[in-house]
Write a protein that binds this ligand. Structure first.
Ligand SMILES: Nc1ncnc2c1ncn2[C@@H]1O[C@H](COP(=O)(O)OP(=O)(O)OP(=O)(O)O)[C@@H](O)[C@H]1O
Ligand SMILES: [Mg+2]
Length: 221
């Protein structure tokens, strides 16, 4: 369960305060598959940063499964983000010196104790991503679509309850974008929530709940 109550976000700019989000309320049940569209600069990435525990709102309350991440101490917040939230960005952000398999395992390195099942989970995710023959390749040896599917596997390695996607198919051609969307949705059954921000109506149509962000407010669409 995800809940936002009266979330506002203001940045300071040389021209004065910039109100990006104003009094947002949102409740999502476990398993929600959500798209958010809206014009450039309307605050979509800002909203994802708040949901991801990366950027505190100026005011309002956020809770994910009963936890308000912004009430946690910094180390606990970092751990919460690592365990509970997966991120997929427009750019794959893979580490060039690591193989595909090693890149997928990167989030597991933050764990205080070794996770003996992690490598098997990574292999399984990469098989599902159609990358069975690419485990030992380096990112430079992959196509754009393959890199993004690797990034999706990495986002899911710790089985987060919330997956946040910021333009996850923005750099891909139509076929690769469809394959990435297939992967996102096929690997996120059950209670995992997905929230995807996109300019692509085609990607948005794959989700079941739709919002538009405009004039600092969220509208069901
Ligand atoms: N750290 C910051 N400091 C000041 N202003 C910021 C900061 N981050 C974002 N903004 C401003 O907040 C507004 C919303 O930005 P945001 O990146 O959330 O938009 P967006 O909807 O994701 O746009 P796009 O579709 O182009 O990615 C913009 O006017 C942006 O310039
Ligand atoms: Mg953005």
């Amino acid at each position: 369960m995800l809940a936002l109550r009266g979330i506002s976000k203001e940045y300071t700019s040389p021209a004065g305060p910039l109100r990006v989000l104003q009094s947002l309320d949102l409740s999502l049940p476990p398993g929600a598959k959500v798209s958010i569209m809206g014009p450039s600069g309307c605050g979509k990435s800002t909203l994802l940063a708040i949901l991801g525990g990366l950027e505190a709102p100026t005011s309002g309350e956020y809770s994910l499964d009963g936890v308000n991440p912004y009430a946690l101490a910094p180390a606990a917040l970092a751990s919460f983000r690592n365990r509970s939230i997966g991120f997929v960005f427009q750019d794959h952000c893979l580490l060039p010196q690591l193989t595909v398999l090693e890149n997928v395992l990167v989030p597991t390195l933050a764990s205080p104790s070794p996770d003996p099942a992690a490598a098997a989970r990574a292999r399984h995710l990469l098989h599902e991503a159609g990358l069975r023959a690419r485990l030992d390749h380096f990112p430079a040896q992959l196509s754009g679509g393959e890199k993004q599917r690797t990034a999706i596997a990495r986002a899911l390695i710790l089985e987060p309850r919330l997956l946040l996607c910021d333009e996850p198919t923005g750099n891909l051609d139509r076929a690769s974008a469809a394959a990435a969307a297939d992967l996102l949705l096929s690997l996120s059954g059950g209670p995992r929530m997905i929230i995807a921000v996109t300019h692509s109506a085609e990607l948005a149509s794959r989700f079941t709940t739709h919002f538009t962000l405009r004039d600092a407010a969220l509208y069901a669409s």
